[in-house]
Write a protein that binds this ligand. Structure first.
Ligand SMILES: Nc1ncnc2c1ncn2[C@@H]1O[C@H](COP(=O)(O)OP(=O)(O)O)[C@@H](O)[C@H]1O
Ligand SMILES: [Mg+2]
Length: 305
């Protein structure tokens, strides 16, 4: 890695977000360097999405600052996008009744200079800009594997492809940093694998990536660095190896061995079976262990919102 010699694309300094008495994000520092894929993990309600909202100007942080390539950003979403940070949402936000291509063209909007009059009069400048935007949008649909669906209404796409379209639309603003909030939520293993390849490809084209995900295998395969948020605070930050083996992460966040750990599945099965047997023997009063086992298997797919 060359992270020591390059200046960061993102510098979040002491970002704090309070909602009344609740501190959702507390004094979080995070840098993302060019060429990096950084993961942000933590249990539901840890403050991950809130932190993204602070980075993108959707929320005005109670304290702290966010800088893009060394310049502090005003907390206004369109200015943040214009500066070079794009995002996708945990809950998909597409224009359902627009075509796939039109959705990407909407994302292109911040990079076109043609003004209102030019658009209304549809002069040569506008037509040229429109053609260029369309060409770029089609390029992005090729890149994300959606080109043959360009004319489909976005609401008719299967779920996995809607997530891809959100990524294509975010890329349309030519970002230097892409923020992905749970990009594989609800995907099957093949789609998740394809998303992993897509994120690598995005990085290889020169866009740094900060990604929130519950799927540990996805995160640890993909990320150069992982930060762990617990109750709004950054608990640990380091390489996948460092984070995976940190006792505090295992205790505070994972509770049980992470997904993919040798024997984890079997252990959970045995635990559940044992708990079931105990519950049966005692007339169903001892359900704690079963609940625990179930939480372990569902936590990765359930959304906090
Ligand atoms: N707009 C809001 N108003 C009040 N509380 C909020 C708001 N947004 C998030 N929170 C609270 O902040 C905490 C962190 O939420 P969130 O950032 O969504 O967590 P995560 O994405 O890690 O699951 C939660 O307790 C949530 O209820
Ligand atoms: Mg979230």
């Amino acid at each position: 890695m060359t992270t020591t010699t390059t200046s960061p694309v993102l510098t979040a300094t002491g970002v704090t977000m309070r909602f009344g008495g609740l501190t959702a994000v507390q004094a979080v520092d995070l840098d993302v360097h060019p060429g990096e894929i950084v993961g942000l993990i933590g249990p539901n309600g840890a403050g991950k999405t809130t932190f993204f909202n602070c980075l993108t100007g959707l929320y005005v942080p109670t304290e702290g600052s966010v800088a893009y390539r060394g310049t502090v950003l005003p907390p206004k979403p369109h200015l943040v996008t214009q500066a070079g940070i794009a995002r996708t949402f945990q809950n998909i936000r597409l224009f359902a009744n627009m075509t796939v291509l039109e959705n990407v063209l909407v994302g292109r909007h911040t990079r076109t200079k043609e003004g209102l009059w030019s658009a209304l009069l549809r002069g040569p400048g506008f037509k040229r800009a429109e053609a260029a935007s369309k060409a770029r949008a089609m390029e992005l649909l090729e890149f994300t594997g959606l080109a043959d669906k360009a004319d489909h209404l976005s609401r008719n796409l299967p779920y996995g492809e809607q997530r891809k379209l959100e990524i294509a639309r975010a890329l349309a603003s030519d970002p230097g940093l892409l923020l992905l909030d749970e990009p594989t939520a609800g995907m099957n293993p093949q789609e998740t694998r394809a998303t992993e390849e897509l994120v690598f490809a995005i990085r290889d084209l020169g866009t740094a990536v900060l990604v929130i995900e519950h799927d540990m295998r996805f995160i640890f395969n993909l990320c150069d660095r992982v930060a762990v948020l617990v109750q709004g605070q950054k608990l640990v930050e380091g390489t996948s190896e460092v984070v995976q083996s940190d006792e505090r992460v295992i205790a505070a966040y994972l509770g049980t061995p992470f997904e993919g750990a040798p024997g984890a599945e079997e252990a959970a099965e045995v635990e559940a079976a044992e708990a079931g047997a105990t519950a049966g023997a005692t007339g169903g009063t001892t359900t704690g262990a079963t609940d625990e086992a179930q939480r372990g298997t569902t936590a990765r797919t359930e959304d906090g919102q």
